[in-house]
Design a protein around this ligand. Structure first.
Ligand SMILES: *Cc1c(COP(=O)(O)O)cnc(C)c1O
Length: 393
């Protein structure tokens, strides 16, 4: 079969993106009902949504934010990150995981990844700890939880705060425990490609009352809403910290609540598709399927194939372009964060995390989202096989 990039017929007629939301009639009704209620922001739906996430992960507290990035910023504030403080994170993530440290005047420090799981390597974390280290932001990359027992042990030894970036792992488990209470604070994102969506949105879950209160302050201008003494007059409130307006709206929270009804179904479907891919691609020469540790159960935000490039006539770029021509919306997650021009200007050098850099050259994300049909899944498998087999030596 001629590849579509050379004028052949693509394996599918329409473009299939790598991720996409699933919105039903009940989601639409939920938003419309809120629109017709007295509150479209700062009303009861936000509290209900926070409670539903807290209950789902088993956390005492949850504070919703305008987006996941704002939530990470809030978590860094609550952890007390400030000028000169170092925070360790992974280079294989979305830039928000380390940008939040910069927002607070801190310095992101990158520790290399584990070759098998692609998650931050706890032993590499140990290597970069200094007297200035204050926190660790591990990322549950693709939905597979990081090695939290090891990371929490390191944190305890060095008195560090752990903020787990779980933007990829809502619904995942680590040693049978749901992600969301294993670190000091855990962040989830509700961007449309993530497990559930609120359009834009994010949340921090925690068991700490102190963090909970700081997060709430930070989300709303640093203004205390619980002032008991009102000597000044009945209008009185106090701004006690430099916070932001990082609030989510009731419209979004009502969408989040109706999406939560479907979270288990969404996660199950993601796992089913990943299983089909694993079966198909474990037999395909030239690609490596994602390795899964026994004691974790991923919620599969992303499905990543690693190409054994020495087996192909061409590089990753040609394979990527050929798949796009077949209408398969492949992607690359992620360019190592410190290679971005902004980070280069801050002085981070190529070669900092050699495993991550080498791995980045080989990867391809293929479409995975709950709304994919059987035909969508089949077209992805067909497309990958068609292109890989064509270019194999
Ligand atoms: C999506 C994502 C974020 C940020 O979430 P937004 O809601 O888009 O701000 C942070 N970290 C990772 C790893 C993500 O994938």
């Amino acid at each position: 079969m001629t590849l579509a990039i050379f004028g052949g017929k693509p394996v599918r007629d329409t473009y299939l993106s790598y991720g996409q939301q699933w919105i039903d009639e009940d989601d639409i009704n939920a938003i419309v009902n809120t629109l017709q209620s007295p509150f479209i922001t700062q009303g009861p739906k936000i509290v209900e949504f926070e409670q539903s996430i807290a209950d789902y992960v088993g956390a005492k507290y949850a504070v919703a934010f305008a987006n996941g990035t704002a939530a990470l910023h809030g978590a860094c504030f609550a952890a007390g990150i400030g000028s000169g403080d170092e925070v360790i994170t992974t280079p294989i993530t979305f830039a928000a995981s380390s940008n939040c440290v910069l927002y607070c005047g801190g310095k992101p420090v990158f520790a290399d990844i584990d070759e098998q799981t692609y998650n931050i390597d706890p032993d590499k974390i140990r290597c970069v700890i200094t007297s200035k280290t204050r926190a660790i932001i591990p990322v549950d990359f693709t939905g597979q939880p990081v090695d939290l027992d090891k990371i929490m042990k390191i944190a305890q030894e060095h008195n560090l705060v752990v903020i787990e970036d779980s933007a990829h792992s809502l619904g995942a488990t680590y040693m049978g425990r749901k992600v969301g209470t294993l670190a000091h604070m855990t962040m989830f994102s509700f961007h449309p490609v993530k497990h559930i969506t609120t359009g834009e949105g994010g949340i921090i879950t925690t068991n700490s009352k102190e963090y909970y209160e700081k997060l709430r302050l930070f989300r709303s201008h640093g203004i205390r809403s619980d002032i008991l003494y009102r000597d000044e007059g009945p209008w009185y409130y106090e701004m006690v910290e430099l916070g932001y307006n990082y609030r989510i709206t009731d419209l979004q929270a009502s969408l989040g609540l109706s999406q939560m009804q479907k979270l288990n179904k969404f996660v199950t479907k993601r796992r089913e598709i990943a299983n089909i891919y694993n079966q198909e691609f474990s037999k395909l020469n030239g690609v490596k399927i994602p390795y899964q540790i026994n004691n974790t159960n991923s919620s599969w935000h992303l499905y990543i194939l690693s190409l054994e490039l020495e087996k192909f006539h061409v590089g990753r770029k040609e394979i990527f372009e050929a798949l796009r021509a077949e209408n398969i919306g492949v992607h690359v997650h992620y360019i190592p964060v410190y290679l971005h021009p902004y980070y280069q200007r801050l002085g981070y050098k190529k070669g900092l995390c050699p495993i991550a850099e080498q791995w980045y050259e080989t990867v391809l994300t293929i479409p995975l989202f709950p709304k994919m049909t059987k035909l969508d899944i089949e077209s992805v498998i067909k497309g990958v096989k068609k292109v890989a087999e064509y270019y194999l030596k």
